[in-house]
Design a protein around this ligand. Structure first.
Ligand code: FES
Length: 176
């Protein structure tokens, strides 16, 4: 995903501010990346390059660490963040069907963002509402007992219309 010049500028500014409070020891790498993620919501490549320069290590080393830990997001989150619970209760109640449904409807995989950057999709561990399984959290709002039809309804509430053929596919899944 390409960042706009404005996004790159903000990322560099914020990363620079963060680096001011860290010495050049390699051991600071993870705390720095955590701060960048906290500030920007993700860790872009330009920030990694800046961190590498500060610590005097190859950028590929920073990239390896950022991609190894799945706490780090490498692309900006969507305007609306969709988190599908895949904890035990939600999994037992068909969480994987709901996750597949979101993937198909949005045309993206987990940890991806739609091309218009409206939605990003994540799978998360138990969010603490097991009696409402299967659960999807959208922008911190919890939606329980989600079905494929409900997925369509939620997307509709964001102005996304599902083509008729695809709706039938979702209903068929729901009846299983
Ligand atoms: S397992 Fe999904 S809310 Fe607990």
């Amino acid at each position: 995903m390409h960042l706009t010049e404005g996004e790159k500028r903000v990322a560099l500014e914020q990363t620079g501010n963060i680096l001011e409070s860290y010495s050049r020891e390699r051991g600071n790498l993870i705390p720095i990346l955590q701060q960048v993620q906290e500030k920007l919501g993700y860790v872009p490549l330009v920030a990694m390059e800046e961190v590498a320069r500060h610590l005097g290590i190859p950028p590929v080393d920073v990239y390896s660490v950022a991609t190894f830990y799945n706490q780090f997001r490498l692309i900006p989150p969507g305007k609306h963040q969709i988190k599908v619970c895949m904890g035990t209760a939600c999994h037992m109640k068909g969480g994987n069907i709901i996750l597949d449904c979101w993937k198909r409807r949005l045309g993206i995989d987990v940890n991806e963002v739609t091309p218009d950057r409206e939605f990003s999709l994540e799978r998360v561990a138990c969010v603490g509402c097991c009696t409402m399984a299967p659960v999807t959290v959208i922008d911190e709002e919890v939606h329980g007992k989600v079905t494929p039809t409900r997925v369509d309804g939620l997307l509709f509430s964001f102005g996304v219309k599902i083509p008729k053929g695809q709706q039938k596919e979702g209903e068929a899944v729901e009846q299983q």
